[in-house]
Design a protein around this ligand. Structure first.
Ligand SMILES: Cc1cc2nc3c(=O)[nH]c(=O)nc-3n(C[C@H](O)[C@H](O)[C@H](O)COP(=O)(O)OP(=O)(O)OC[C@H]3O[C@@H](n4cnc5c(N)ncnc54)[C@H](O)[C@@H]3O)c2cc1C
Length: 489
């Protein structure tokens, strides 16, 4: 098994930037909300520590095991993550989690993915899956499903989620309302007594083969995919759900991307998320939240490549001199840093905006907390059957429409797409420059740079290809809300 070159971090303090160095605007924020920023300081320390102590040393070994067997999954790192509290990190405090949002998640993703984007994405894809539920505003489903992550975490056991939206004949098409109107979907949900029956398949699902809970979108009428698109929560052990092919990907190998097959899978009515026909709304709410942190995954890969190249240049001599003294190398390192800095700022533009102006704003309102029954769990359980949850859900949606107008939702979509494209293009550029610095050694696995390069490419594809994200930026500018279907006939 190849061991990665270890960086003696204490000898290179310049490779451990502080929160202010990474996101200069927090110095202003610190003056106004000291506690909030101190929390982020701690998150950064915790994530960096976990990344360097636990992820970095096993990054190549885990990858090699997946090269040998595409279905291999590193349960040990998932358990380490559970012990360190990374699975319930973004679960709302009200259901026992730590309650961090996009800004916290972006910090964690950059740190983890600078060591290994495959391992980082196990935690990222999990958050993507459960945030889709958390942000739905369907509080009964939120409570029932998200609490399981926290309960399992207390036992040191990983309860993983996945987000299942891509289908064999519809990838980009399920990420844009206009495209969805004409999409050819495979998965269909038929209404039956007491619930729905799902038939069809999803593909390329990160964590799909290891998830205990899936967030799934399906058309109820494949001839009307947009109007009938609906979201469901499906347990991984539901009867009729099975795993098909696990992809042999070029990068991010630690995080499996799998086909999920649904054969007569019964989903009770209470596991439908929100109302029928709201699938695209939920999809866009989650994509607007998640594309910022995906930009952070990519920025993390770029930072990892930069750190490896910097360390190489500082410790490798050519013609008796360290490479880092060479101006050609300095230009490259400076350009890498510049691009990383700009990509990171785009990530935090999106993440701050989402956390303070989108759905989280509703969740944090005192009145809403009471109205959505954010009171102690046992009390709520006792009243479970007396509460009309559909009525509650309607109330929440009304509140969301009032407090998060289309202009804000549209701005969130644009900023998150900008962050995703900026991060992933930067990752590709920076990895290329790192390879230039290492020369032939770039192909030597132990330096980890060729792995960063392979990992980087995937960030241009998932969470909407960069083409689709670029289109979203301009489409939303011209017709706010169009991505979630507002204004469609
Ligand atoms: C590693 C990995 C992990 C993934 N994880 C998940 C996951 O967890 N959950 C999930 O649901 N999905 C996941 N996906 C799927 C991913 O979101 C899709 O691959 C992606 O949306 C692209 O869809 P597609 O592959 O069907 O390509 P297509 O949509 O067929 O696109 C093919 C090409 O055409 C371009 N294109 C398409 N439409 C247009 C247009 N209108 N204008 C210009 N260009 C266009 C695209 O940009 C792309 O270059 C993952 C994919 C990968 C590779």
């Amino acid at each position: 098994m190849t061991r990665p070159v270890e960086i003696p971090w204490q000898d290179f303090p310049e490779l451990s930037p502080s929160l202010e160095q990474m996101i200069p605007r927090v110095s202003l924020l610190r003056k106004h909300n000291r506690k909030y920023v101190e929390d982020l300081d701690q998150v950064l320390d915790r994530a960096r520590n976990f990344s360097r102590r636990k992820i970095w040393p096993r990054s190549l070994e885990t990858e090699e095991k997946v090269f040998a067997d595409a279905e291999y999954f590193d349960w040990e790192i998932a358990q380490e993550g559970a012990k360190d509290g990374w699975l319930g990190f973004a679960v709302p405090k009200e259901v026992g989690g730590q309650g961090y949002l996009g800004v916290g998640m972006s910090l964690v993703m950059e740190e983890m993915c600078s060591a290994c984007a495959g391992i980082g994405n196990i935690f990222g894809a999990h958050a993507l899956g459960f945030c889709a539920i958390g942000l739905s505003l369907d509080m009964e489903v939120v409570d029932r499903y998200l609490r399981r992550i926290v309960d399992a975490e207390k036992q040191g056991a990983p309860w993983l989620f996945s987000l299942d939206i891509t289908e064999p004949s519809a990838g980009s098409d399920v990420e844009d309302a206009e495209a969805l109107e004409k999409a050819k979907l495979s998965l269909e949900a038929k209404k039956v007594s007491g619930g729905y029956v799902l038939n069809g398949r999803k593909c390329f699902i990160s964590n799909g083969s290891v998830a205990k809970t899936h967030f799934v979108t399906a058309a109820m009428d494949r001839k009307k995919p947009f109007e009938s698109f609906t979201a469901f929560v499906v347990p991984g052990d539901a009867q009729g759900l099975s795993i098909g092919r696990v992809e042999e990907k070029m990068g991010q190998k630690a995080c499996p991307a799998a086909e999920v097959i649904f054969e007569e899978v019964f989903v009770p009515e209470q596991d439908r998320m929100g109302a029928e026909g709201e699938g695209m709304l939920h999809t866009m709410v989650i994509l607007a939240a998640s594309r910022g942190p995906v930009g952070a995954i990519a920025t993390g890969i770029a930072r990892g490549a930069y750190e490896r190249a910097y360390h190489y240049a500082a410790t490798t001599r050519q013609k008796g001199k360290y490479l880092i003294g060479d101006q050609r190398v300095q230009y490259l390192l400076a350009e890498m840093l510049r691009q990383i800095h700009l990509a990171r700022q785009a990530v935090y533009d999106a993440a701050f905006y989402y956390d303070f102006e989108h759905i989280p704003k509703i969740l944090s309102e005192p009145l809403t907390r009471i109205a959505t029954a954010f009171f102690p769990y046992p009390v709520r359980r006792a009243f479970q059957n007396w509460v009309n949850w559909d009525w509650f859900y309607g109330l929440m949606r009304e509140r969301a429409e009032e407090k998060v107008p289309i202009t804000a939702r549209s701005q969130a979509v644009r900023l998150s797409s900008i962050a995703k494209v900026s991060g992933s293009d930067t990752a590709m550029n920076v990895c290329r420059m790192a390879m230039e610095i290492l020369g032939e050694d770039a192909l030597n696995r132990e330096w980890g740079v060729e792995k960063c390069f392979r990992d980087a490419k995937l960030t241009q594809i998932y969470e909407g290809t960069n083409q689709i994200n670029r289109l979203a930026i301009i489409k939303e500018l011209r017709s706010p809300g169009i991505s979630e279907g507002i204004g469609l006939e």
